[in-house]
Design a binder for this molecule. Structure first.
Ligand SMILES: Cc1ncc(COP(=O)(O)O)c(C=O)c1O
Length: 428
């Protein structure tokens, strides 16, 4: 896989710093996924050779599904594999009976795949704003809308895999009968058994794309505790068939082959070590950037879950920050751009006032974060951020020394994301 190396989002101002010397620190990409090595996948491939079974509910597919179910602490039957999360979202909306042509409420603050899936399911998008503290819509605000009788479905998104409370959404769905679907594309870890994101009533769709914390290249999985819903979903992924060759619904082919399952099984073999590394990188960023750091860390980052991206909110008065980082060889990427409503494909969709989304779109910056990144590279990124924000690099190095001293407490730092909320409250 090619490194994802991205420069600044906007054209560099003429005063932008330029690379001073070719002997500067090496380029640090924003992402550099690592899936299991060929040698780790090989034993599973040999099983496929021996089985002569390549797709359609094969042995490895079944085992991989079971491993996902164990990981999420649900029954084997509560998980369904799907070719990727975008198809998973589309088919989940269809399996939920959302009437084609009806309105689907969804945040604009998400990756375009969520919006594409809604349109592909035949629904009309209406974008809602997110809460500055959670980066998600507020279920109480949705429950108070006076147009709920026109709403066919609600799609919510766990931003970058972060945990949130499902209770308000489940209650809303139960009270109104409106299906809620959860785009939990990056929540593989938050959803783990005993993890901080509890599985509720609504189906949750996880992506297994190479850029995710647990990747198989292309793939996805759906978790739901409703067997009838899952049967409808599975049918839609398999030409409408389920247990016979009678097409009971107009399905498509969104199955997962034995080869993808082989990568999944090998990914599980490396998961404990990979998770430990992601957790160490997470902790290092938290130590470096801290609750009062130069930039705001994304909500709930490091609170008992890991993900494969690290986003921060950049101070509004330092808009040239990413350009400065790029000049020091550090790539950044605003993973969700300015929100879906800023994308040409979705610019015509109806929407509420998207004040917080617009602010996030202007200020959220994805920093380098990948499995093989070293702690030294994390330190270099954070030093560069401090320089770009006019903060003392020496003070942050001292904090780092304190944090890594053997006597330092390993207690989690309290929730750290308040910068955007403060800035919005101050009208900045
Ligand atoms: C929020 C969100 N939803 C959906 C997707 C789509 O996942 P997939 O690539 O598996 O289709 C992504 C992928 O990055 C995502 O970030």
């Amino acid at each position: 896989m090619k490194n994802i190396v991205t420069g600044p989002r906007s054209p560099a101002p003429s005063t932008a710093p330029t690379l001073r010397s070719p002997l500067m620190a090496p380029l640090i990409p924003v992402a550099k996924p690592r899936l299991p090595l060929a040698s780790a996948i090989l034993p599973y491939l040999k099983e496929i050779d021996a089985n002569h079974w390549y797709t359609n509910s094969g042995h490895l597919w079944f085992r991989f599904q079971g491993k996902l179910a164990d990981h999420w602490g649900v029954d084997n039957n509560d998980v369904a594999l799907v070719a990727n999360a975008t198809l998973g979202l589309t088919l989940a909306l269809q399996a939920s009976g959302a009437r084609p042509g009806s309105i689907c409420l969804m945040p604009s603050w998400t990756f375009v795949a969520s919006a594409g899936a809604v349109v592909q399911a035949g629904l009309k998008i209406h974008f809602v704003d997110v809460d500055a503290a959670t980066w998600m819509p507020d279920p109480a605000a949705i429950a108070a809308r006076n147009d709920l009788d026109r709403i066919g479905a609600i799609l919510i998104v766990s931003p970058f895999g972060m945990p949130f409370d499902m209770a308000g959404w489940d209650a809303l769905s139960e009270r109104t009968g409106i299906p809620v679907i959860v785009d939990a594309a990056a929540s593989f870890d938050a959803l783990r058994a005993g993890g901080p994101l509890a599985i509720g009533r609504a189906p949750m769709i996880v992506s297994l794309h190479a850029t995710k914390v647990f990747g198989i290249g292309e793939g996805g999985a759906v978790v739901s505790r409703d067997p009838e819903w899952l049967e409808r979903f599975r049918r839609l992924t398999n030409f409408g068939f389920y247990g016979s060759r009678l097409a009971m619904s107009a399905g498509i082919n969104a199955k997962v082959s034995e080869y993808a399952a082989a990568i999944g099984l090998a990914s599980f073999d490396m998961w404990p070590a990979a998770r430990a590394k992601f957790a160490a990188l997470t902790e290092r960023y938290r130590q470096n950037l801290g609750p009062d750091g130069a930039v705001g860390i994304m909500p709930r980052f490091g609170e008992g879950w890991v993900t494969s991206t690290m986003s921060v909110t950049w101070p509004g008065d330092r808009a040239d920050g990413p350009t400065r980082l790029a000049a020091e060889g550090i790539a950044t990427l605003n993973w969700w751009g300015a929100g879906c409503h800023a994308q040409p494909a979705f610019a015509d969709c109806t929407r509420d006032d998207l004040r917080v989304t617009d602010e996030l779109g202007r200020r959220v910056v994805g920093l380098p974060f990948w499995l093989d990144m070293t702690l030294t590279q994390v330190d270099a990124v954070c030093d560069s951020i401090n320089r770009a924000c006019g903060r003392s690099v020496r003070a942050s190095r001292a904090r780092r020394r304190l944090a890594v001293a053997p006597t330092a407490s390993a207690a989690p730092v309290p929730a750290v994301h308040h910068q955007i909320a403060r800035a919005l409250a101050a009208g900045r």
